[in-house]
Design a protein around this ligand. Structure first.
Ligand code: CTP
Length: 410
């Protein structure tokens, strides 16, 4: 094992290459060769329609492996083919990806081998669409692409030019070198946090006023859940400590549900002890009622709510930091975002801090997307464009990995 990255330096990257049925499928043979030349092991999955454009024999010969074509394999076998394939692979790459494949992935259909593999695979996925420009521009396709992007799929958008159908516009499969580069990067990512313990907090905390009411905030937990899912997809062992949210737990992640800041503090202290990476994405309530009433407070009683500050969990975690641990904080701001975030990072002592402008519509609390500014390890501000929370998570983990590679290790 490579001590720095946790990745195995010897094993070849394993790529599942899905080929779907558009004219660009004829380029798949060249793509397999290029990937093999770069040292990858390639297992091809051909859809039924793709077989009209490229033969299984050509791909089997170039990849050195029989091509997978149906859910049940060509021979009766005691194992389940799609599960064997996803266990084997570091990354799933689909090139060309037709409009039909994008739609089936986006809707979670599993009606052939390739779509079943997509649904069962929790590692990095790259799709390189190719289709007629009108199909690419169609609102449905746009929506499907956006949906896949939000889920962390890398979409390599098609290039412009003359197409086989005689139309001109965006729809051509991008040059194969680009697909190869994305495929290898994705395969590397799949094990870049192999076995590392990553702890993430997410969501709001609810501080009880009485048995029926609480002080809370509008955090949905999406950002923290996206980070947990992305870290798991990179091979990390993830603990997700989360407040009350309406989200399904990411696959393969240990979840610790909590309610109050006090509970979150206890759970985070415990989990962070063995962690190499700690990400405090939760919107911890700053204050809690000084005392929660045991019985419901009536509207007819005069009532003043006394609040006391909650402990700063992030500051406590950085004060108790173990050697080599990387700690990431967040900041929710409504004004002077960069200055306040830089000061907050210093005050809290974390390595990286992602600042959100929560007053921007379509970003921050409750939104699918996020526009953040990274305050890096040296306190420099780096504004990132508006992107999905999963994309923010991937980019953040790339930066965390850079810091881990510099550190001395646990
Ligand atoms: N945080 C924490 N414990 C708290 C409050 C916040 O660990 N009691 C963490 C958050 O998870 C986040 C970071 O601190 O990673 C910044 O949160 P934010 O609410 O922006 O900052 P505050 O500490 O509340 O500072 P201020 O109220 O001055 O903005």
């Amino acid at each position: 094992m490579d001590a720095e990255s946790g990745a195995d330096p010897v094993r070849a990257p394993r790529i599942l290459l899905g080929v779907s049925g558009g004219i660009a499928a004829y380029k798949a043979a060249e793509l397999v060769r290029a990937l093999v030349r770069e040292g990858a092991e390639v297992q091809c999955i051909l859809t039924r329609r793709a077989e009209q454009f490229v033969t299984p024999l050509a791909l089997a010969t170039l990849s050195g492996r029989p091509v997978a074509r149906t859910e049940f394999g060509d021979e009766p076998a005691p194992t389940i083919l799609h599960i064997d394939l996803v266990r084997w692979a570091d990354a799933l790459v689909v090139a060309p990806a037709t409009g039909n494949v994008l739609a089936r992935f986006a809707r979670g259909l599993a009606d052939d081998l390739l779509s079943t593999v997509y649904l069962a695979f929790d590692g990095p996925v790259v799709v390189a669409p190719a289709m007629n420009p009108r199909m690419w521009d169609h609102e449905e396709t746009r929506e499907n692409v956006a949906r896949l992007g939000r889920r962390g799929v890398t979409v390599v958008p098609p290039g412009e030019g003359f197409l086989a159908c005689g139309d001109e516009g965006a729809g051509r499969l991008v040059p194969l070198e680009e697909i190869v580069a994305e495929a290898l990067a994705a395969a590397r990512r799949s094990s870049s946090l192999d076995g590392m313990h990553v702890v993430v907090s997410a969501g709001p905390t609810y501080e009880p006023i009485d048995p029926a009411r609480f002080v809370g905030n509008r955090s949905s937990g999406r950002m923290g859940f996206a980070i947990a899912a992305a870290a798991r997809a990179r091979g990390a062992q993830v603990t997700l400590v989360h407040g009350p949210v309406a989200l399904a737990p990411p696959w393969g992640v240990e979840t610790v549900p909590v309610r109050t800041a006090g509970e979150m503090r206890a759970a985070m202290r415990q989990a962070a002890r063995a962690a190499r990476v700690v990400v405090m994405a939760a919107a911890v309530a700053d204050h809690r009622p000084a005392a929660a009433a045991e019985r419901k407070i009536s509207r007819r009683e005069p009532y003043t709510l006394d609040l006391v500050p909650n402990p700063d969990i992030l500051a406590e975690l950085t004060a108790a930091r173990r050697a080599g641990q990387v700690i990431v904080g967040f900041a929710a701001e409504t004004h002077d975002v960069v200055e306040r975030a830089q000061a907050k990072k210093k005050r809290k002592g974390c390595d990286l801090l992602l600042a959100n402008d929560v007053s921007t519509p379509g970003s921050g609390f409750e939104a699918e997307d996020n526009r953040v500014t990274l305050i890096d390890e040296r306190g420099r501000a780096e504004p990132w464009p508006l992107m999905s929370k999963r994309q923010v998570a991937e980019r953040l983990l790339d930066r965390v990995e850079r810091l881990l590679a510099r550190g001395e290790g646990p």
